[in-house]
Structure formats: structure tokens, C-alpha cells
Design a protein around this ligand. Sequence first.
Ligand code: ADP
Length: 298
Amino acid sequence: MELRLNKVSKTYPNGVKALDEIDLTIQPGMFGLLGPNGAGKSTLMRTIATLQKPDAGELYLGDINILKQKMELRKVLGYLPQQFGVYPKMPAEKLLNYFADLKGVAHPTEKKKIVEYALEVTNLTDVKDKQVAGYSGGMKQRFGIAQLLLNNPKLIIVDEPTAGLDPAERHRFLNILREIGTNNIVILSTHIVDDVKELCTDMAILNGGKILSKMNPRNAVEELDGKIWTTLTNREGEEQLSQELNVISSSFNQDNSLNVRVFSENRPNENFEAVQADLNDVYFVHLKKDEPTLQPNA
Ligand code: ADP
């Protein structure tokens, strides 16, 4: 089963074009949708989840025409929105049973099994009798995954799930996604490059409502090998370099010096050293290419 989007567009009443003719095909596995804030990720996720309508375009999950067969899609969808809202003061297991009822899991044995599975996969079995309202941010996010697993979804959408999680919780959360991602389509929308790097076999970069590129992360990094160069400079030096070269990122050192990374086919000058490209470079190169001025330095 694959998810296919065909020329999906959305302009909000205020004139913001959030989605601009999105064409995208997504296969089972972990798919990363990477883009800066305001790129259109949430709009796209909500559109796939049937929570809002595009102005134009078509969306299919296998044979399901998503715009015409909303209920069919919802039966096989697991969606974790950016803001899940307020949880009632109810123990996790009880709340999951309640959600399972809402999702139409009628058979008691089946319900028991799926609730146990959801708690186990998300490492919440030990705290199943505690109120979800009292959970930490990371536990709440894991509970969000537990609730979306109750209807055995074929398509799972998680929108910016790691924002605000501490490193240990973020790691735990990504491992859970990895576990549930093998047989299903899992779309992880994020602005954090490392989330995609650690997890996804396929990805797309979204900016200004457009897909800039769809790629295999590893291949994309390989393609940049030999084209990323670094030098040490200061603030003024960086400004100067930015005018002459394609500076894709810079980071401060403790002594306030700056490591600058440049995208160039050849070594810009003797002050530069070649460095191993990484997915951050891929991301910044694509975002910069989207700006009209950037072409690789010859
Ligand atoms: P992302 O999830 O990548 O941050 P969004 O889909 O939330 O992006 O937003 C894309 C663009 O659409 C942004 O410019 C945002 O301000 C705008 N936008 C989002 N929702 C609405 C809305 N309900 N009304 C008007 N503009 C919106």
C-alpha cells in the first residue's frame, strides 16, 4: 500500500499559500517530512489526516480516495497532532480502554490484547495505573502513540513529536517509532534534522509549501561528499565569506570563533579543509538553493 498525493494545494483565507501543488508518493517504512517552521508541514499532515480540505489535488492511500472516503481513511489512520490537548484525570490503561471503545474495538479479548500491546510498545506498562494528566511531557507523547495504535493503523502520522523532549525521552520516542514503522507507513513531520537522520529511510524537504527534494537520506549525504568545506573565522570574516561563497551554516565555538561550512564543487581557498558531509548540510543546501541567489561555487 502506498500514499499518493497529486498536485495538492491550499491557500488560507489570509492569502498564505501553505501548500503549492504537492506531488508525493510514500511507501511503507519511516518517512521524514523535514522543513522549517511555517513550511506547511502541519497543513499537509492535517490534510492527509482528513482534518482539513485542500483547495485542489487528489490524495490516495492504496485504493482509498482520501477526499471522498474520509471514514475509510480514518479507520486505518493513527494521527498524533502537534498539540494533543488536555488529558482527563484518568489512569492510562482505563483511558486506552475508553479510546478503544470509541474506535470501535468491541470484542473484550481483542480490546485487552491491543491495550496491553499499546502499553508495552510504548514502555508505559509500569505506569498504566497512573493518571495521564500527571505524566511527564515525554510520557504523554508516548501515550499519544499508544492511543493511535489501538485501531492497528496502516498509516501513522506524527507531527513534530520530539519538540520539547529531553534527549533521553527523544531517543526513547524515536525507538518506539522505529519499532512500529516496519510494516506501516509512518510519516514523521519535523524541523529537527537529527530525527530524520536517526530514523528515516526516505524523506522530503518542504519549504514555502513546496517539496524541494525527495530523497534517500544516505544517498543525499553521499552526493554532497567532497563538496562541503570548513574554515575557522570570526563574525566579520563570516559576513565577508557569505558575500563571496555559499555559506550553508556556521556555529560558534566557546572562544566566540566561528566554524563556517561552505558548499562548493572545489576548495574555495587554502584556508578551507574538506569535511564529511552530513544530513544538516543536505538540508541547508536545499533550503539555500530555494533562495534565488545560490548556485554552487565553481
Ligand atoms: P509548519 O507546520 O511547517 O510550521 P504550517 O502548516 O503550520 O507549517 O503553516 C504553513 C503556513 O500557513 C504558515 O505561514 C502559517 O502561518 C500559515 N497558516 C497555518 N494555519 C493557518 C490558518 N489556519 N490560517 C491562516 N494561515 C495559516
